[in-house]
Design a protein around this ligand. Structure first.
Ligand code: CMC
Length: 427
């Protein structure tokens, strides 16, 4: 029984307080449930569980709304910059012009990696996936930056956050350079955050690199679209790792590991691979049929979402950005046509309509990243780069929360009850 108006939920003969946020579903505070009833709640995948209180990001999945600190993602993507969104997520409010300049300058002062870290890369196989390299190198940062691992000190926490945001483009670009056998490029702090990343990725020491402003703007927008997304799997991983008091670099490495999976950040790579495999629009019905077949594990990658039961607002911006980049670069890719037709056919299909499966952010991101020149293996690394902002903001929020405890879920045990050990010779 629940009655949000009475502000309590009754379970058995006990009442539990209902708490209301500023917007969105209320929660029942069941922290005393086990102590009072001896029962746990059962919620695999946390579909009905609010794990924390947060002021960062709000999603209304039914309406297709995504807000960062109250600002709609569409407005931020169109009018803001990634540095401004990073400031907003970390500091609660949009910056003044002077605050933005100072923040951008501070981030630029942390873009270089400890020189010894370059040695780490040489330990990986040339064909290592960039996400494997990112997990390793980001985890290793704690061995190099001891002066920002005291999580009880807010100043150290902020330095670690700035370092992670600043160094992630350098780490990702070096992972790419290593895979193609080209020399690493040092950061150029006269460029924007995104322009610098493009140069470190696609430039070579032998000649100057011209940042294309259309590509720079498009990639910056992609970073904004990926900056944060409430309590998703990788963010919850960062929070869980951080709840034990682990240092921020280890926590973000844990987030990168979780993001890599094809049901999460790995979906952008999988979506483009799928679109390429489909190849031409005439093969779309075959793949739609496979996605609907219960006996086939195949899923339409870039479709469906745990929270959005409507069009993902990030996919709307992403689709528009593909058109802008293609128009301004004068390029085209048959894969985009396949994507548009696949979307149209799927949205008219009863299966997808009934299950409320719509394109998500990853459906179009691969098309645009590929047009810019990134290989598919870099797609999830770019997601990790951008999501680092959300991860550090959420991690800071958690550490500052007086109600924060170590994360320790319980379980419904269905294994053997107690029995006596039998020596091996008697079994
Ligand atoms: N293609 C075909 N069927 C699907 C798909 C899909 N992409 N997604 C969900 N379904 C079906 C699923 O088979 C299930 O059917 P039934 O009720 O008959 O068993 C129903 O829809 C509900 O799916 P679910 O797996 O229970 O839903 P979920 O909330 O646990 O999963 C998801 C969400 C994103 C993991 C899933 O939709 C999926 O695997 N999508 C493809 C991967 C993808 O694009 N992931 C990127 C997510 S957005 C970026 C990010 O957050 O990282």
């Amino acid at each position: 029984m629940s009655d949000a108006d009475t502000q309590t939920m009754t379970i058995g003969d006990k009442q539990y307080p209902v708490r209301h946020g500023s917007v969105g579903p209320a929660v029942t505070d069941i922290r005393k449930l086990y102590a009072q009833t001896g029962m746990f709640t059962y919620d695999p995948g946390f579909t009905s569980t609010a794990s924390c209180e947060s002021t960062l990001t709000y999603i209304d999945g039914d309406e297709g709304v995504l807000l960062h600190r109250g600002y709609p993602i569409g407005q931020l993507a169109e009018q803001s910059s990634f540095m401004e969104v990073a400031y907003l997520l970390l500091n609660h409010e949009l910056p003044s012009a002077a605050e933005l300049d100072k923040f951008t300058y501070t981030i630029s002062r942390h873009t270089m990696l400890h020189e010894q870290l370059a040695q780490f890369y040489r330990g990986f196989r040339r064909d290592a996936h960039p996400m494997a390299i990112m997990c390793g190198v980001v985890g290793a940062l704690s061995a190099f930056y001891h002066d920002s691992t005291d999580i009880a000190d807010p100043h150290q926490r902020m330095i670690a956050s700035h370092r992670l945001i600043a160094k992630m483009p350098t780490i990702a670009a070096m992972a790419y350079k290593y895979s193609v056998g080209q020399p690493f490029l040092y950061p150029d702090n006269s460029l924007s955050y995104t322009g610098n990343f493009l140069r470190m990725t696609f430039g070579v020491p032998a000649e100057p690199y011209e940042v294309n402003p259309v590509v720079e703007r498009a990639l910056d927008r992609i970073f904004i679209l990926h900056a944060d997304h409430e309590q998703n799997a990788s963010t919850s991983t960062v929070r869980l790792a951080g709840s034990s008091g682990a240092n921020p670099f280890a926590c973000i490495a844990a987030g990168i590991a979780c993001l890599w999976g094809p049901a999460h950040g790995g979906a952008n790579e999988a979506a483009l691979n799928m679109l390429r495999e489909i190849g031409t629009p005439d093969r779309i019905p075959e793949y739609i049929a496979r996605a609907k077949d219960k006996n086939d594990p195949f899923r339409l990658m870039g479709f469906g979402h745990r929270v959005y039961k409507n069009y993902d607002p990030r996919a709307t911006v992403m689709q528009k950005t593909v058109r802008e980049v293609f128009d301004s670069l004068g390029v085209s890719d048959p894969v985009f046509e396949t994507a548009l037709q696949l979307e149209e056919i799927a949205l008219k299909d009863e299966y997808f309509a009934e299950k409320k499966l719509f394109p998500n952010v990853d459906f179009y991101s691969g098309v645009i990243l590929s047009a810019i020149g990134f290989p598919t293996t870099m797609f999830t690394a770019l997601f990790a780069l951008a999501r680092t902002v959300g991860w550090v903001a959420q991690w800071n929020e958690m550490i500052s929360d007086p109600e924060q405890k170590i994360g320790r879920p319980r379980q419904l045990y269905t294994g053997p009850t107690q029995r006596d050990y039998v020596p091996v010779g008697e079994r």
